[in-house]
Design a protein around this ligand. Structure first.
Ligand code: MD3
Ligand code: FE
Length: 223
């Protein structure tokens, strides 16, 4: 399927009578939006399985605060934050055990989406799962803890809608919103890989599969 060819209608659109949100006229070079490319019903139980082994937790920041999204990971390593800073760890510090393995359906989705966007051969070694309750979001930042910025990032939005805030190469560049719905997949590669980005706070709502939450899967090659 062409990355520009999204399904004509989705169940949630039919139920709510809502149109899918408009995409901006142009996305930054290297950034791709694959609307409805992921099947939320397939991914929901896989998130549950990961969280049964590596529970969602609120991580601390260097400065004594707490991240507003609950997080867990799967793969050969997982992204962690604590008083010492950010990094990838092979052992989950909360359980003392390795992170659960990447479900094959996760690998397949990340590989297919990145190939559709023009980045063939992407083999993620980790997936960070962010869970946002109503009112939580993520401030503007860069994803720069990975070894090879030549590798893309694949992001899958699930549950309640929100908007990504897409900035520029410098923190001072004013970000613009990109509305996203459950099942939307984004690929960030090449010149988009190090752009500043964030997530708008999630508005009140209830998703039939995910309840009062937004989830995001972020596939990366960390090592
Ligand atoms: C890379 N998560 O975990 S998806 C993160 O929705 C993070 O949970 C957000 O940012 C979330 O680091 C966003 C990942 C993402 C989004 C936009 C990007 C990565 C990006 C833009 C440029 C480069
Ligand atoms: Fe990020």
């Amino acid at each position: 399927m062409s990355p520009l060819h999204a399904p004509a209608a989705r169940l949630t659109d039919l139920l709510t009578g809502l149109e899918p949100p408009p995409a901006p006229a142009a996305l930054p070079e290297g950034m791709f939006l694959l609307r409805g490319r992921a099947d939320p019903a397939v991914l929901a139980p896989l998130i549950e399985t990961v969280a049964a082994t590596a529970p969602f937790r609120f991580m601390k920041t260097k400065r004594g605060g707490q991240l507003s999204a609950a997080m867990t990971s799967c793969g050969v390593c997982g992204w962690v934050s604590d008083r010492r800073g950010y990094r990838y760890e092979s052992i989950d510090p909360d359980t003392g055990r390795p992170w659960p393995t990447l479900p094959p359906a996760f690998r397949r989705l990340a590989a297919e989406a990145s190939a559709e966007a023009g980045f063939p051969g992407f083999e993620p070694d980790t997936c960070l799962i962010n869970r946002y309750a109503i009112g939580s979001g993520m401030g503007l930042h860069q994803d720069a803890d990975e070894r090879d910025f030549g590798q893309p990032i694949v992001s899958v939005s699930l549950g309640l809608p929100t908007a990504f805030l897409i900035g520029g190469a410098e923190r001072r560049d004013r970000p613009g919103p990109l509305p996203l719905q459950s099942g939307d997949v984004m690929v960030f590669g090449g010149p988009a890989r190090l752009l500043f980005h964030g997530v708008r706070p999630v508005k009140p709502g209830f998703d039939p599969l995910f309840g009062p939450f937004r989830y995001n899967l972020t596939f990366r090659r960390a090592r």
